[in-house]
Design a protein around this ligand. Sequence first.
Ligand code: SF4
Length: 170
Amino acid sequence: MGVERIRPVRPRVPATLAYALHRLLARNGAYRRLAAYVERHPVLYRAFTAGERVTKERLFGCRMCGQCALPTTGYACPMTCPKQLRNGPCGGVSPDGSCEVDRTRTCVWVTAWTRAEGAARGADLDLLQRPVDNRQWTRSSWVNYWQGRDEGLSVAHDAEDPRPVMVDRT
Ligand code: SF4
């Protein structure tokens, strides 16, 4: 079996539209109950997860890490970074913004910065992203989010007070 080649993906929807859609899907009691119901039914869960995969793969290049960072990265998927960096770029970004691993593509973090700044959300990129929990790969990030499992996925930090501060991702 060959090794999957990971390449930076440029999202297919404008950031402003993605933020608007997120507001529609923001966690609430109804979505939490829906997520719990879906999880209790394995066939339904598989179908729901397959739908999420198809949708997000086409729009964002989603790789189904199950712990979605999109709302805090200008909707540029950090898991399409060939180095899987979730907290900003490596030192290899070229002056023209291309990826060190694939010079034909723009660095995911350059894309994230451009999109977040354009939507007045540049401060999101200051948040610290928790390391990926590898047990969540292939799981539905929507179900995880609605079930509240993304609590603490991003934390704010303050040089004066290094204690992590939970971030509301809605
Ligand atoms: S679930 Fe993970 S892999 Fe999929 S878009 Fe979100 S961050 Fe990227």
